[in-house]
Write a protein that binds this ligand. Structure first.
Ligand code: FES
Length: 164
């Protein structure tokens, strides 16, 4: 779930500690961006600016990394985050068709958010439960062996907060 970002950004203490810990280590930009996204659900611009300041790195460099990797999100996800696993096992068992079905039924593109901000749709790498392929996670909850005709039921479960 995305966290609202206040006007003036004061980073969470644990994030500041993480930045200090990683500041001078190689590969730190990805680690720090990853930790930041965990904190906020995405990478809000003012937060990235503040992170860059604390790292002593130009913000443009951080935005460069964030836009290069599909994993990083610069816009807030939907209230319900649908992640279709596109790992090999899931792909072979129809994850592509599942993605298309979610996309059609919600009228949203992959990596997009529905107009009412209820749902976002994305493809992710193996989520580690290949025995249940094809797997879809909604807000971190696993839906395994999902068929296209089960997609509507999953959507209805979460629409209007019913899945909470
Ligand atoms: S490939 Fe989908 S859970 Fe592993």
């Amino acid at each position: 779930m995305a966290v609202a970002v206040p006007e003036r950004v004061e980073l969470a203490e644990s994030l500041v500690e993480f930045i200090n810990e990683w500041k001078d280590q190689p590969g730190n930009l990805i680690m720090v961006l990853h930790r930041t996204q965990l904190e906020y659900g995405y990478l809000p611009e003012p937060v990235v600016m503040e992170v860059a300041r604390q790292l002593g790195t130009p913000a443009s460099k951080l935005f460069g990394v964030a836009t290069f990797y599909n994993y990083f999100k610069l816009t807030p996800p939907g209230r319900n985050r649908i992640a279709v696993c596109l790992g090999t096992a899931c792909y072979l068992k129809g994850a592509g068709e599942l993605t298309d079905t979610f996309s059609d039924q919600l009228d949203v593109a992959v990596n997009g958010v529905t107009e009412d901000k209820e749902f976002s749709l994305e493809g992710v790498r193996c989520v580690g439960c290949c025995g249940l392929a094809p797997v879809v996670m909604v807000n971190g909850e696993v839906h395994g062996k999902l068929k296209p005709d089960g997609v509507q039921g999953v959507i209805e479960k979460y629409r209007n907060g019913q899945g909470e």
